[in-house]
Design a protein around this ligand. Sequence first.
Ligand code: G6P
Length: 366
Amino acid sequence: ASYDTAGHAHFLVKEIHEQPTSVERTLSGRIDQRFSTAHLGGLNMDAREARAFRRVKILGCGSAYYSGELGAQLIEELARIPAHAEPASEFRYRNPVIEADTLYIAVSQSGETYDTLAAVQEIKRKGGKVLGVVNTVGSAIARECDGGMYLHAGPEISVASTKAFTSTAIAFALIALHLGRVHDLSPADGRRICAGLKAIPDQIRQILEQEKVIADLAAKYSGHEGMMFIGRVRGYPVAREGAQKLKEVSYVHAEAYPASELKHGPLALIGPDLPTVAIVPDDELRDKNLTAMGEIRARSGPVLMVGHTAPDPKLAEDCILVPKNEPELDPILLGIPLQLFAYYAAVALERDVDKPRNLAKSVTVE
Ligand code: G6P
């Protein structure tokens, strides 16, 4: 098949704009209203098997790994099963212990990333159960797994992942809901998450309406040689993917740090030349995040806050506000403006947006 940018300047921005509908496709037919859970027949796993897992390990590379970090957090929060993400490329080389009561989940947009495939094969050789969260139907990783979920996000052409990242996070929210409802997530919390998921496509539309403002901010900040991205707990994987996106497409150096760790090292870098993007949802950590922003401002570091409620203007020079959802699902929406930010920074710097230097869409070799 051949694809075009459908009137957009690049595939990257086209794919960013597709997200309200690609998320709808990921959700389609998977919300079970009656029992406030997710209907996921492709997992090939009955409730008894789903209840038996004591741990979840998520594997992927690049943005797939970062989406796995969001996924691990969702599973731990909603299902209360310890969950961790690890780069598949590290996992496969460290002779990992494969446990029968761990559920392994491999994440891949293309389904062809060699390191992720090799990790799946190693787990299977040692008797572990692996599910795939994959976009490309019939791909090598999808075929190798014992079951899983297709994203149905549609083909992603731009090397930098956007809609597949968001759909993977949605898929993890569904898996977390499903596992939660056979562990101890209450029907009321199940209903709350179902309603939250259904609201996401329209909330993404609202964020996309701020495109012009975000483009201006990206142009303003793209003149700096580097940027820091900070977040805490739910905000930290968002910060990591935001930094990844910026460095991939704009070549501006970007580093993500837990806001709580700033004082243990990176604060030494802060000054007027190093702006910080602070991910600050309205949650129980908001005040701590505002304190970190104050520490940055005290050293004349510019701050762009991405969150739900504008802070005291002394704490952030600029601010992008997104609609509020349920606390567990907020990270999915907080990531969307960072995609536009990276895209417009790359445009301002006249980069090869859809095909950044030195990178490939899928790395099918070791
Ligand atoms: C490459 C791409 C990344 C992508 C990663 C994993 O490095 O440049 O954008 O996140 O591979 O790809 P996958 O297809 O496995 O999700």
